[in-house]
Design a protein around this ligand. Sequence first.
Ligand code: PLP
Length: 393
Amino acid sequence: MDRKKKFDTLAVRLQTDRSKHREHSVPVFETSSYVFNSAEEARAVFAEEIPGNIYTRFGNPNTDELICKLCALEGAEDGVATASGMAAVYLSLTALLRPGDHILSARQIFGTTSLLFTQILPKWGISHSYADINNKEEWEENIMPATRLIYAETPSNPGLDLIDLKWLGKLARKNDLYLIIDNCFATPYLQRPIQFGADLVVHSTTKFIDGQGRTIGGAVLGNKEIMKEVRMLSKITGPVMSPHTAWLLSKSLETLTVRMERHCSNALALARHLEKVRDVAWVKYPFLPSHPQYHLARRQMKLGGGLVTFELKGGQKRAHRFINALQMMSITSNLGDARTTVTHPATTTHSKLSPAEKKMSGITDGLVRVSVGLEHIDDILADFDQAIRQPKK
Ligand SMILES: *Cc1c(COP(=O)(O)O)cnc(C)c1O
């Protein structure tokens, strides 16, 4: 009877206690605070001698349910749900770091995370350096006496480069450093960084965990000891997720497995198709044998993920012409949506990077990023084909 349930089942079945009203679907607990039966009970709950809800900034049955599920899926012991992915990144870093500490991060990270490293954390005496995600020596060389923490995302945005999590986990352990992994692109269905030694996993739940582009949210997950610090910081500074968002996301997780399977099979089919199109200069997708880290991807990820990048011959002009000719796809910067979304990073999400930074992150002027949705693959391919064929006006 105690057989451990599978990932897919946990994502569907873990639920807040519903013994009182016997509702099948958990309701949204839209309440700012909770009542006690007596002054003594209030004292005991505040003293954490008995469990109980106090106030929604501290916790709520909906955020508890979401965190319980995410912990089961990521293999974490505890977690905190946050108002955005950036709040999760911010809490995870500031809970662990002190003035004088140094962060070693992959250069290929989410743009706003790099702004946090360059514009905000230096104000409190926290420094950083970047190592190239593809250059193991650069990682080893950049560990300094003040280094406390290693930070990375894999696959990277938008370059779709991977980092070997097993190697990175060993590097962190050998040097006694914390390891934080942003697992937003892969989701726990494709890869579980805690298995490889990550101390904390952060998520922007806005992307594949929501899956329909409705909410902004995030989560920090990890072991009990470290999460104590993160939880305290979250309680005191207050960037918490709303109960309604947590309720929606918990429902979203029920379909994570089937959505990710379709995102990945559509993405692989699109990538294979684009490889055969004459006007396409190159295509990048972790599960294409032409990806430089194909073997690592096969080892580390269950499937190749929902994102494909490619470039048409003719640079930025050609990329814009292609995007403008699409009939069904959405032109937007979000990703992880049921709808296929198309982005031109060089002129939008990554436009603030200098030409040198763009070059180092592999963002060419013609690069197009596709978050492949759940539409029928025939319709996706048809829209791409007609847009690629579109002649110059
Ligand atoms: C979107 C994103 C974030 C930030 O999340 P928000 O929910 O927008 O605050 C962080 N990391 C990655 C990899 C992302 O794609």
